[in-house]
Design a binder for this molecule. Structure first.
Ligand SMILES: NC(=O)C1=CN([C@@H]2O[C@H](COP(=O)(O)OP(=O)(O)OC[C@H]3O[C@@H](n4cnc5c(N)ncnc54)[C@H](O)[C@@H]3O)[C@@H](O)[C@H]2O)C=CC1
Ligand SMILES: N[C@@H](CC=O)C(=O)O
Length: 335
């Protein structure tokens, strides 16, 4: 059988990106057998250096960082790699959009598909970027940018296709769920709980983005944009920060046996969806109370369909990689 070559370039080769590269290369036989695709990792770049190999780079070459070419990043890297698909796992910047913005602006008008793990480009510029994608028939998948192993976008877009969704309430940031759990149930200090989330690879490169609600707000924007077709203004979303939670509030939750979580809420109004991020506490019998540690949770109300609760998809690096691999499978099925 002749295999169709699909060339993948990775931008952002840190904790998540590196795992994605290794996992992708380990699945090449599966992609050949299931999709008739010869998937090649034709390049990988970080902030200062990159590697390109048009025949596909092997794990050993990917891992030999000393051999990467200094300065081979950004548009120069993408032009040399000439991919069919980019996977962006770089950092977020909620002022500029982060490096992922330039990567998408380069790729999408050229008909190159994108799998986004970083969030800030879509959170700040999603409507414009999806316009670029639609004009050139590029596909954008963003499980990693919208709650990873909790399949929020897929559930709304596929399982509730065509539904009129009236409300979404979701614990989308594993780090804040983990931290609030540790502080409330185990009596940890905030600093110790955040340090533990960092050491588990769950927290953002800058954990302030988790704690101050930016991560949840960004995921809410991406979910609403990709699944409900409405791109909300990221900066207009009111957010409560976990850093504002007082000791007295924690003591009251502990006393009542409640489970706190930082949640994103979307409510349909006469003029569209309204979004906010807030700390809420759930009684023992509430389904969200079973979402311990970094486990995520989603409640959806949709006209006709009724109400759903999904609990799972805990934030871990492995779960994020699994979500990226899912996006790869969806994309290969579409091509
Ligand atoms: N850790 C997790 O469980 C999850 C992380 N994410 C997202 O994945 C992304 C990466 O997270 P981590 O791997 O944990 O962070 P990390 O800090 O380990 O990796 C980020 C990498 O991006 C590189 N980078 C910086 N500027 C760049 C540029 N201009 N071009 C190319 N690469 C550049 C850095 O050198 C670094 O290696 C973030 O956007 C995060 O929000 C998404 C879902 C879950
Ligand atoms: N920092 C995020 C990682 C995934 O998006 C989280 O805590 O869930």
């Amino acid at each position: 059988m002749t295999l169709r070559v699909v060339r993948v370039a990775l931008t952002g080769s840190g904790g998540i990106g590196s795992r994605v590269a290794v996992a992708l290369l380990a699945r090449r036989v599966r992609y050949a057998e299931r999709f008739g695709v010869d998937l090649r990792l034709v390049g990988a770049a970080g902030s200062r250096a990159g590697i390109v190999g048009s025949g596909g780079i092997a794990v050993g070459e990917f891992e030999d960082r000393a051999s990467w070419a200094l300065g081979l990043t950004g548009a120069a890297f993408l032009a040399e790699a000439a991919p069919d698909v980019i996977i962006d796992a770089g950092p977020n910047d909620y002022e500029t959009g982060g490096p992922g913005l330039a990567h998408l602006e380069w790729a999408l008008p050229r008909g190159i598909h994108a799998i986004m793990v970083s969030k800030s480009a879509l959170a700040l510029h999603g409507a414009r970027l999806l316009g670029l994608a639609s004009a050139s028939s590029s596909r954008v998948h963003a499980s990693g940018a919208s709650s990873a192993a909790l399949p929020a976008v897929d559930f709304l877009r596929h399982n509730l296709a065509g539904a009129s969704v009236t409300r979404v309430e979701a614990a989308l940031t594993g780090t804040t769920s983990f931290v609030l759990d540790a502080v409330t149930r185990q009596g940890s200090s905030l600093d110790a709980a955040v340090a533990e989330a960092i050491s588990r690879g769950i927290a953002e490169p800058d954990p302030t983005f988790d704690l101050d609600g930016s991560d949840t707000a960004a995921k809410l924007v991406v979910i609403a944009g990709l699944a409900l077709g409405e791109w909300l203004p990221f900066r207009g979303i009111t957010r409560e920060s976990v850093l504002e939670v007082t000791g007295a509030r924690v003591a009251a939750w502990r006393e009542a046996g409640e489970k706190p979580a930082l949640v994103g809420v979307l409510e349909r109004t006469a003029t569209g969806y309204e979004a906010r991020v807030e700390v809420r506490a759930y009684p023992r019998e509430h389904p969200f109370a079973s979402a311990t540690g970094s486990t995520k949770a989603l409640m959806v109300s949709a006209e006709g369909f009724g109400d759903y609760t999904l609990v799972g998809g805990a934030s871990t690096p492995e779960a994020t990689v699994a979500a990226v691999l899912k996006d790869v499978e969806h994309l290969l099925a579409e091509l």
